[in-house]
Design a protein around this ligand. Structure first.
Ligand code: GAL
Length: 380
């Protein structure tokens, strides 16, 4: 897929001046090989990632850094321990140091407006990485996945796991009703609402028909949300749900979880309450990110599904966009409608995600080289 738009032609003069590139492909991405022009090596790209407690963000950071270096850029990669002031400070420093483009996966999507205003006034370009930065007109581009569809996939896999739907999309034969509980992500992360909406829209007809029963009655996103996507917080909420809604001998049949770390917290709470033992099967539990520990849990029949988002492709996309912005080109978007950040609709490039269950762990994750078989077997 060629990302160059017609605007590249329009901007060619500018691009030549800025990048002084010898060939048409210089600096256009991770696969050019000729991206290491003299100018690229003078340019530092700042990469601000939220946390190292989740392996996905470590992989994202490493992949983005490797891609940028391959394209010839210097890279300033920082992690912020899920602490908002730390991330704001890191971004301020990147601007002060003269980084030309920032790739930012925000902790709190609404907390960076003043940093971005500074960046914009210094001519620094901003790429919002996976999580949309809200409330700022200074976000130049957004790279992510189709986040509403991720939620649809989570809801769908809960339904197939329970037998209410078949893998081919047809209605399943399980009669229900099934007791389910719903979890959402961190409300300061724009993605959380998208995942929730996609999943809820998918589950709602079954809730309305009575085939799914949210026994706790907690069907609002703010009741279901888990601040900072924390495993321990999810474990605590699941424990509370079990105590308050399932102390009458009833059992949980399914749990909608938006992220593998949250799923692991839910699983711990359920195991402590005797689920997964004799007579009390583990509920159908969803997830996201295909984190290696959770892939093992899926293979072991403990977690039902995850959503695989190939972060290598996301990193490639971020590198392409960074290169285009450096060259004064307009990066190619495939969505210019969905992601309104409250100030503007941010042009976006959205990738597709995939449901993974025990049936396709190998084809989705091993055959594609995302993990080795040994990693999958070991769960690390
Ligand atoms: C979201 C991201 C998910 C998951 C979650 C927790 O923003 O889209 O894939 O990683 O954060 O880290």
């Amino acid at each position: 897929m060629k990302r160059r738009s017609a605007l590249a032609v329009f901007g060619a003069g500018l691009a030549l001046t800025l990048a002084a590139c010898g060939g048409g492909g210089a600096g256009t991405g991770t696969d050019g090989g000729d991206g290491g022009s003299a100018d690229a090596s003078d340019i530092t790209v700042g990469v601000a990632m939220p946390t190292q407690t989740s392996e996905r963000w470590i992989a994202d950071g490493n992949n983005v850094k490797a891609g940028l270096e391959k394209a010839g850029y210097k890279v300033d990669l920082q992690y912020a321990n899920d602490d908002i002031p730390t991330q704001s400070q890191q971004i301020d420093q990147m601007i002060t140091k003269g980084d030309k483009v920032l790739i930012v996966a925000a902790i709190d999507g609404t907390a960076l407006s003043s940093q971005l205003a500074n960046a914009a006034s210094s001519g620094v370009k901003i790429i919002s990485y996976d999580r949309l930065i809200r409330g700022s007109g200074d976000v130049d581009f957004y790279v992510s996945f189709d986040n509403y569809n991720v939620g649809v996939q989570q809801g769908t896999s809960l339904l197939t796991g329970l037998g209410l739907k078949n893998a081919d999309g047809s209605e399943g034969t399980a009669p229900g009703p099934f007791n389910v509980e719903l979890f959402a992500g961190s409300l300061d992360d724009n993605n959380a609402q998208f995942f929730w909406d996609g999943a809820f829209d998918t589950l709602k007809p079954y809730i309305d028909s009575g085939k799914l029963v949210v026994k706790s009655g907690q069907t609002k996103i703010d009741q279901a949300a888990i601040l900072r996507w924390q495993q321990e917080t999810a474990q605590k909420r699941m424990e509370d749900l079990l105590t308050s809604a399932y102390n009458d001998g009833s059992t949980v049949d399914g749990v909608l979880s938006p992220y593998d770390g949250i799923s692991r917290g839910i699983i711990t709470a359920l195991q402590n309450a005797g689920y997964g033992g004799s007579g009390k099967p583990m509920p159908v539990i969803t997830g996201q990110d295909a984190e290696i520990a959770s892939v093992k849990l899926i293979n072991d029949g403990v977690q039902y599904s995850t959503i695989f988002k190939d972060t290598r492709k996301l990193a490639d996309e971020a590198v392409k966009v960074a290169s285009a912005l450096v060259e004064g080109d307009e990066p190619e978007a495939n969505d210019t409608e969905t992601y309104n950040n409250g100030v503007k609709v941010v042009p976006s490039y959205l990738l597709e995600s995939q449901i993974v269950t025990k049936e396709n762990v190998t084809s989705a994750l091993v055959d594609t080289g995302y993990y080795t078989q040994a990693q999958v077997d070991a769960g690390k």
